[in-house]
Design a protein around this ligand. Structure first.
Ligand SMILES: *Cc1c(COP(=O)(O)O)cnc(C)c1O
Length: 439
């Protein structure tokens, strides 16, 4: 079906490396055998398209990698990666809990059927009302980011007559993360408690009414591929656990955080089995309840952003393909300089020769640019899929330039389900209040 000469085009490599995707001779690019052109015809563009099978498959693979090392960590999915109720429901039904960073995320996870006992509350700035509501509901764990916050939690818990199950989030001072803006475990980052302060703080927590310290946690950043970076962080925290235990202080849990990377363009996958083996090796025979908080790794590869070429603009030095999806839909390229694979949808386009083109969105900002790509010569109206957009896609979308939120479709059991209708333009100002004219 494909011209043999063209099988080496970058879009062929990208699709070959992603099991749910394939071109069919008549239908063009399909996700889980559903033609993307059909979804575009039914829901319009831009639209987000997710594969339920990919999410459940990756959850099983994650569990399997740890199980092969005789480890059964509790999974706490990082809701901020993708907070759609249907996706939270899938993750919850597979037995995972949630890592939430606000009362809004807590409420979303609860609405999707995840119980508070299976939730971890993370973040540097939890408001007193958020602490009160989550503690009253029986949240399973609060990861504390500072001595100041520990005091706030004790106060709220005491007033409720409960003991807050707290983990101290340790900042191990490790530089990791695929980009400066997604590194969280350096001493200069705003996250976590310095290792040197942690022992005294944990002891203080153990002696404070209203606090029930249950363990230690860390999260050193996102889009990390090298298990040795995790290992360096984990080793420091395990050292602290050993010291506390030797001093007669109980430490039951070790929350390993998230941060596993995914290859956005051509690139190698996160070495999941080597990572699990590393965790096994350094945890050794200590008795610890482990927790893992995957976000990006679980849902990123499960989603794509389906867009249409509005026009091709030939400028003096460059050729631009202007899409109907922009930085308001997918912010990552503008925010982090992130690069997503982009592939044509039509079978005829997939078989064509490649040309260099600057792929941009329609938003009135120069940073609304996906990057330089080798793509077939796309005509106005051609469809493209922006790959690996399942994480930090919709959750970072906004309505800049009065561009409504795009539709979302979940393919489950071979059927595409509309899971969010496209926002209507009039909904953009639904909550605005115009005061009466003066006089
Ligand atoms: C964002 C976040 C995660 C998930 O990070 P990924 O890189 O998406 O896996 C996990 N834990 C905490 C505390 C986070 O802030």
């Amino acid at each position: 079906m494909m011209n043999a000469l063209n099988r080496d085009q970058p879009w062929h490599r990208l699709v070959a490396a992603r099991p749910g995707l394939a071109w069919h001779a008549m239908d063009g690019l399909c996700l889980d055998d559903v033609p993307l052109a059909r979804i575009a015809a039914e829901t319009g563009t831009p639209s987000w398209v997710y594969s339920a099978a990919t999410i459940t498959g990756r959850l099983a693979a994650l569990r399997g990698a740890f199980a092969a090392e005789n480890l059964t960590p509790a999974l706490r999915y990082a809701v901020k990666a993708n907070d759609h109720l249907a996706i939270l429901g899938l993750v919850g039904a597979a037995g995972a809990g949630a890592d939430v960073t606000s009362l809004g995320e807590f409420a979303r996870a609860e609405a999707a059927g995840i119980g508070p006992a299976a939730m971890v509350f993370s973040g540097v700035g939890k408001r007193p009302d958020e602490l009160r509501a989550t503690l009253a509901a029986g949240i399973g764990q609060i990861n504390v980011e500072s001595a100041e916050e520990l005091g706030m939690i004790a106060e709220v818990a005491t007033s409720l007559g409960v003991a807050a199950p707290v983990c101290l989030r340790i900042n191990p001072d490790i530089a990791a993360g695929g980009h400066d803006k997604i590194s969280t475990g350096r001493a200069s980052d705003k996250f976590g408690i310095p290792l040197d302060d942690a022992n005294a703080l944990y002891r203080r927590a153990a002696a404070t009414p209203g606090l029930a310290p249950v363990g230690l946690s860390t999260h050193i950043g996102s889009q990390i591929f090298d298990p040795s970076l995790f290992e360096a962080a984990y080793a420091r925290i395990l050292g602290l656990i050993d010291t506390l235990r030797a001093e007669g202080i109980a430490v039951d849990r070790f929350d390993l955080g998230g941060g596993f990377g995914i290859p956005y363009d051509d690139g190698i996958a996160f070495p999941l089995h080597a990572h699990a083996a590393m965790v096994r090796r350094i945890v050794g025979n200590r008795h610890l309840d482990l927790i893992v908080e995957p976000g990006r790794w679980l849902v990123g590869p499960a989603g794509l952003l389906l867009a249409r070429v509005i026009l091709i603009k030939q400028a003096a030095t460059e050729r631009f393909a202007v899409l109907d999806a922009g930085m308001n839909d997918l912010l990552r390229p503008a925010l982090y300089g992130a690069r997503h694979g982009i592939v044509p949808v039509a079978a005829a386009d997939a078989a064509a020769a490649s040309h260099r083109v600057e792929v941009v969105g329609p938003v009135c900002e120069s940073s609304d640019r996906f990057g330089s790509y080798d793509l077939p010569a796309l005509a106005p109206g051609a469809l493209v899929a922006i790959l690996d957009a399942g994480a930090y896609g919709t959750t970072m979308s906004n309505t800049y330039n009065a561009r409504p939120f795009a539709a979302q479709v979940l393919i489950a059991g071979g059927t595409p389900h509309l899971i969010r209708r496209r926002q209507a333009v009039a909904e953009l100002w639904r909550d605005e209040i115009v005061p009466p004219a003066p006089g």
